[in-house]
Design a protein around this ligand. Structure first.
Ligand code: FES
Length: 593
């Protein structure tokens, strides 16, 4: 826990007689709550914090040669004068000004800089050099809420990581940034003590994803802003069609400079990303949705570097028109082409009747059955019957979540990802339609429906969904039940047991926020995995937006089953973060247990 900070110009305190230091050349003193190592070197006196900034080892155990102090533990090296390190994984050590007065040593312990400023700089170093421990230590300081002056602000480090990831990865937006936005979205579900860990996971993912990549340079806008948005949107789609990323990027920058807002840009990007069927198993569309969510957090003024980072993924994506499974034995692409032609009339008919919201259970059953033509016809019928675009997208996303909830463990392990891709894609389409409903993006709902159809083998046989009836009444306290869930995820492949346990907790519990926070905690203690993070984040979001508690339980069952299938990991990332947390608390890592 940090203490309140006070800034004074100087605060020289008596430390020791010079003669004492001269006996050995080294002295350690306690001053104003600091343990300070005094060194005499080349007839001068130096004072540095005795705690090595790397992992806390006492620097008075180190050696000084030629003005360089070397820590005994991992050999980090520091300039004795300034405390500056030659090893970026270690950080600078704080050095204190020294004065000699009448053969006595005085040390200035005044705080001259807010440590958060320093840790913002360190966060940049951690990102640039992909050093998770540096990132973890920075997060602990930046999000410390030990007193009200230090109320943690996640937006500032989020902005740093977002802009870093958007610029320093030549291929553009990738898994790292997506995980980072997922983690930011998860903050509202998490217990306060888990929030720094979530941001640490996200930032570390961005650093790792950018490591070794050259930076990306944005193209400039067109010289004139005379082109209207409709023209830029049309050009943008044409350029993506012929896989010309640079031309497409110029359209984005030009549209932004012309004043396009987030809805107009969403309309433009979502149209292009759904001009072909389910491109790259849905990742580009999911990334697009996450990019807009990121801009909701940091502000629209960062739209240029963020949105242009998406274009490479659009231009290079595989299109499902090129895949066998979307063509044979049933031509799903041709089927969808006819359905898309019928969409304007269906929407027009739907406007004549009262709008229907929420998940349509009958349609969910059809989506999970095995006739794509019937699925398409019922989706069109739902639109004619007044089903809103958002409700149709939510229904399809719900069916996709149930594919995971009913995923049978006799499937190959890698097929968890097949079900996951469809769900996160469907969820992203749903969120995109909430932002900017359009006929073009509505095609994505149909793509998701076809992908659910193609995933039907994952539910043959189907795992049984936990039922609200027949659930034993909870006889133990919530914390004990959550501990049981935690124990299950300490063992491999407790997929069905974890699903049953979570359902039992949810059906009998009123403190659902506590349960959601625990699911988040179970995610964070594992090593970051792109798909698991996506699965949990999308499921929690979908759960919150559902009105029906039974349906919601099944969505969370899907999330915990996915998590259980991918746990436990070696938890190396969590170990690094724990080191950062213990250092922040002032614990002594170098002492035996
Ligand atoms: S180098 Fe000093 S603690 Fe690691």
């Amino acid at each position: 826990m940090t203490t309140a900070l006070s800034y004074t110009p100087t605060n020289f305190l008596y430390a020791a007689p010079l003669t004492d230091l001269r006996k050995t050349g080294l002295l350690t003193v306690q001053l104003d709550g600091h343990t300070i190592a005094l060194f005499e070197h080349a007839d001068r006196v130096y004072a540095v914090d005795n705690r090595c900034p790397h992992m806390g080892f006492p620097l008075d155990k180190g050696t000084v040669r030629d003005g360089i102090l070397t820590c005994y533990w991992h050999y980090a090296r520091f300039d004795l004068v300034s405390g500056g390190t030659f090893d970026q994984w270690a950080d600078d050590v704080r050095s204190f000004p020294v004065e000699l007065r009448d053969a006595a040593i005085y040390v200035d312990v005044a705080l001259h800089q807010d440590p958060r400023v320093r840790q913002q700089e360190r966060l940049a170093v951690g990102l640039e050099r992909d050093i998770p421990l540096v990132i973890g230590k920075a997060m602990m300081t930046l999000l410390d809420s030990g007193d009200e002056r230090w109320a943690g602000d996640p937006v500032s480090p989020f902005q740093t990581g977002l802009l870093f990831g958007a610029r320093y990865r030549e291929p553009g937006w990738g898994q790292g940034l997506t995980m980072f936005v997922c983690m930011m979205n998860l903050l509202s579900y998490l217990a306060p003590e888990d929030r720094p860990r979530a941001l640490y996971h996200g930032l570390a993912a961005v650093a790792r994803d950018s490591a070794g990549h050259p930076p990306r340079f944005c193209v400039p806008a067109l010289p004139s802003t005379d082109n209207d948005l409709a023209t830029l949107k049309r050009w943008f789609r044409q350029f993506i069609e012929v896989r010309d990323a640079e031309g497409a990027e110029r359209c984005i920058v030009s549209a932004l400079r012309a004043g396009a807002d987030h809805r107009q840009m969403a309309d433009m990007l979502f149209a292009a990303v759904t001009d072909h069927r389910y491109i790259d198993t849905g990742h580009p569309l999911d990334f697009t949705n996450k990019a807009f969510e990121a801009l909701d957090i940091v502000g629209w003024e960062y739209a240029e570097p963020v949105l242009t980072s998406l274009v490479g993924g659009y231009a290079s994506a595989m299109r499902m028109e090129e895949s066998n499974s979307w063509r044979y034995p049933i031509d799903l692409v041709g089927m969808l082409k006819k359905a898309f032609a019928a969409l304007p009339a269906a929407l027009q008919a739907g406007q004549q009747v009262a709008a229907q919201q929420g998940v349509c259970d009958a349609l969910v059953a059809t989506l999970l059955a095995d006739d794509p033509q019937v699925t398409v016809e019922e989706m069109l019928a739902a639109l004619r019957g007044g089903c809103s675009l958002e409700a149709l997208a939510q229904t399809v996303a719900h069916a996709a979540a149930l594919r995971i909830a009913r995923f049978h463990t006799s499937n190959e392990f890698g097929d968890w990802d097949t079900a996951l891709h469809t769900f996160t894609f469907a969820n992203a389409v749903h969120q995109g339609l909430r932002r900017s409903p359009s006929l073009e993006l509505l095609r994505g709902v149909f793509d998701a429906a076809m992908s659910i159809y193609l995933d039907r083998f994952l539910n043959i046989p189907a795992a049984r969904l936990p039922s609200p009836t027949g659930q034993p009444a909870p006889i133990v306290a919530l914390e004990a039940q959550l501990a049981e869930l935690t124990t299950l995820l300490d063992r491999q492949q407790q997929v069905n047991q974890a699903g049953q346990k979570l359902a039992q907790v949810l059906y009998g519990e009123e403190d659902l926020d506590r349960v959601l926070a625990h699911v988040g905690k179970l995610l964070l203690r594992e090593d970051r995995d792109f798909h698991t993070i996506q699965a949990v984040e999308a499921a929690l979001r979908h759960y919150r937006e559902l009105q029906d508690p039974t349906s919601g339980v099944n969505v969370l069952v899907a999330a915990i089953r996915y998590l259980a299938a991918h746990a436990p990991t070696v938890r190396a990332q969590g170990q690094t973060f724990e080191i950062a947390r213990r250092l922040h608390r002032g614990e002594r890592l170098f002492e035996g247990e």
